[in-house]
Design a protein around this ligand. Structure first.
Ligand code: PMP
Length: 409
């Protein structure tokens, strides 16, 4: 472990944001579940694009447009290989996880769902993987059904099997809960879903920074992630879809780039994936994401996983020593985060006291109101860890929680 600690101490130096103070205190950033900080290599790559390459893609017959296009399409290749996609055409650029769900709900969903069909989700989904399905269900007369969880926060697989049936046409679930940390059995659930003829959509927002994704081996039909949770830029993400499914989908938005030929009477559309990317795209988003993937791959997921799991165990053990503290989500297969409450204290008050101590966490419902209702709480405090955190951050967190308990209880 000591070698790993040294390696990650150096990695921490690559994050300029961590050199500043907040409220006059050292910053302990424990909110990577909301967004990761950005390493200097990613920031520099984006700055380089704006300084020297800023040009539109796909259309200019000049040097800079070529450079920009190479960077942009090069990112598609990088993302395809990062996700384990078979073909580069299977990667559609989107604004993030939320847009990815809306895209599939509005294209695949509107074309394939009909009255009486069911969309199976889980009670621990982020609103991004609930609301778009509800919206399309309302339009076509389909129904959204949610699978329950067990006491430790694991998905209730028996309930999943009970609720999955021949009416289920889409199974949409997260690979990793942003509140409980629970990692779901993507391969197992996908097999069960395919056995009844349903398609599978996986929300990869939280898993993508934790472990190697392999969409082809997992055999999922759709997978989406946001770059900003993977050390990359805001407002950019990628959706994977099996090519044979993407090819059946109508355009999502109309405009430039997505067309093959336009006359006033009729438009024919471009091939997949360009058909789904109307207008000038988020060019530096794609280029910055490629740099973020390089950052992650240089470290390697084996090391990231080992380091983050060690931090998670350390944090869990230390927090459990604090009296009156309850942890939500104790699955054996968990991402690097801890959600908790101090019994009798409001999560927002705890969050505020932590902030005054320089400890940045998220306190609230985490865009998972159905899960909060299931847990019977209005919200939780969530500390989430990443490659730049260390035991020092955890110690600062625990010290601040002890202080919050003294002040609030
Ligand atoms: N799903 C999960 C599990 C998430 O954690 C988040 C972000 N909190 C989202 C979806 C939505 O991601 P974005 O806001 O980047 O679209």
């Amino acid at each position: 472990m000591s070698n790993l600690n040294e390696l990650f101490a150096e990695i921490r130096n690559e994050f300029p944001a961590l050199t500043q103070k907040v409220h006059g205190k050292k910053l302990f950033y424990l909110d990577s579940g909301a967004t990761t900080l950005k390493p200097k290599s990613v920031i520099d790559r984006i700055a380089h694009f704006y300084l020297y390459e800023s040009s539109n893609v796909h259309r200019g017959a000049h040097y800079l447009a070529d450079i920009a296009t190479q960077g942009f399409e090069g990112a598609r290749h990088k993302i395809a290989s990062f996700l384990g996609a078979g073909q580069v055409e299977e990667i559609v650029f989107v604004r993030g996880t939320t847009e990815g769900v809306n895209f599939v709900a509005n294209t695949w969903g509107l074309n394939n769902l009909k009255a009486g069909d069911e969309i199976l989700i889980t009670i621990m989904e982020h609103h991004a993987n609930i609301v778009p399905w509800q919206m399309v269900a309302e339009k076509v007369g389909a129904k959204v059904v949610a699978v329950d969880i067990l006491e430790n926060g694991d998905l209730d697989v028996e309930d999943f099997k009970k609720k999955l049936n021949s009416k289920t046409k889409m199974v949409a679930f997260t690979a990793s809960s942003n509140v409980l940390g629970t990692n779901t059995d993507v391969v197992g659930l996908t097999k069960l879903a395919h056995a009844v003829g349903a398609k599978v959509f996986v929300d990869g927002a939280q898993i993508v920074s934790q472990q190697k994704v392999d969409v082809k081996a997992w055999d999922v039909d759709f997978f989406v992630f946001s770059a900003h949770k993977l050390f990359g830029p805001f407002g950019f993400g990628a959706l994977y879809g099996k090519k044979e499914i993407l090819e059946t989908l109508p355009p999502y938005q109309g405009g430039g780039s997505m067309i093959s030929k336009v006359t006033i009477e009729k438009t024919t559309y471009n091939d997949v994936p360009t058909r789904f990317e109307a207008g000038t795209p988020h060019i530096e988003g794609a280029i910055g994401t490629a740099a973020a993937i390089e950052f992650v791959e240089k470290i390697g997921f084996d090391k990231i996983h080992a380091y983050e799991m060690d931090l998670l165990k350390y944090a869990t053990d230390k927090l459990l020593e604090v009296p009156d503290l309850k942890i939500y989500g104790t699955s054996k297969d968990k991402g690097p985060l801890v959600s908790f409450n101090l019994k009798g204290a409001h999560h927002s008050d705890v969050g505020q006291i932590l902030d005054q101590e320089g400890v940045a966490v998220r306190a609230g419902h985490h865009c998972t109101q159905p899960l909060m209702a299931r847990l019977g709480v209005p919200g939780t405090v969530r500390a989430s860890f990443s490659v730049y955190n260390s035991r020092e951050d955890v110690d600062a967190l625990v010290k601040a929680v002890v202080k919050a308990r003294e002040l609030l209880l």
